[in-house]
Design a protein around this ligand. Sequence first.
Ligand code: GDP
Ligand code: MG
Length: 374
Amino acid sequence: MDSSSTSAHPTGDIKKKPIVIVTIGMAGAGKSTFVQRINSYLHSQDPPQPPYILNLDPAVANVPFEANIDIRDTVDYREVMKQYNLGPNGGILTALNLFTTKFDQVLELVEKRADTVDHIILDTPGQIEIFTWSASGAIITDAIASSFPTVVAYIIDTPRTSAPATFMSNMLYACSILYKTKLPFILVFNKTDVQPHNFALEWMHDFEAFQAALASHSGSRDSEGEPTYMNSLMNSMSLVLDEFYKHLKAVGVSSMTGDGIKEFFDAVEESRETYEKEYLPELEHARAAREKSLQDVKEDSMNRMLKDLAVDRSKNPEGTLNDRWESDEENDDDDDDLEVNLVDRNEEPYPGQYIDVMRMRRQEDEQINWPRPG
Ligand SMILES: Nc1nc2c(ncn2[C@@H]2O[C@H](COP(=O)(O)OP(=O)(O)O)[C@@H](O)[C@H]2O)c(=O)[nH]1
Ligand SMILES: [Mg+2]
């Protein structure tokens, strides 16, 4: 009987770190529906692999999945709108900013569960730019990507992307996000139940096919039969994008029927390797560079201080005797900053567990009235 090693490790290998899937995409592309679909797919696996889900959309009325951490428990974006005199977009952005100030606590909650989950999923606000072009979005993405392998799932509304010009702007947007986050990237052509995504794959693999589609589209020639400005611009851009396509994976899914979800998860697993081979070394390199420059600054100021001290002592030798201090104070940490509580919905609720950002509310007598433009 020598089967002891396998019985000690029923799974056979060491638990891998969970992988984070950040869903990004235009409003209505189907991010939330997609998250619901991959959630139910993971639940239906044998054995089930329930993911850990974060909802970062403060303005969503109904989430079609059960989030472990929900921004709406922490901030009420309508209250934020009222108190800061903002419109809906400003309200959503400010709500996300307020939440981001507590993201270290969110990460702690996630890390506590890292041993028991394989996937961590982020659903982001409906309007893409709120996440992709805000400091908060960048902070959240960087923080999570430096703790876990992370992949961006860029959700595309396939039926709405079938016109060549729309397709191109959508791809350029994806391109900008890829270069901003530098994370492994999966293009998810959603809603394939309405329209299959093969046209997109063809355009991505063969830019001549794309240019032909452009040319056959109305408005591609002006009255003299010359290609329009827009048309020639797009022709040259398609060459640029050709390079970009090489760095991504594309899958077609239907969040409605569940088609293609398995292929999506295959792409996620491949992305884990890309993360480890490409993103992680770059991240470590950047971190080392940052630490080195910080160290240089510290050393420089330390040297200058020592020099000043030496001059001082030579001027006033008795002063040196008083240069010591009694350290009778306890090692008292300045670190006891206010614990604001984030909630993991899987744990027992208790009173006062939510962050109350409304405490930052402005005083009645402040009389601030921000004029609205226009
Ligand atoms: N036919 C079809 N409709 C979808 C699919 N995925 C999402 N939708 C619909 O698209 C709309 C927007 O979806 P939602 O998930 O709220 O988009 P979000 O703003 O990106 O989160 C909803 O009406 C969904 O029912 C799909 O795969 N097929
Ligand atoms: Mg949504």
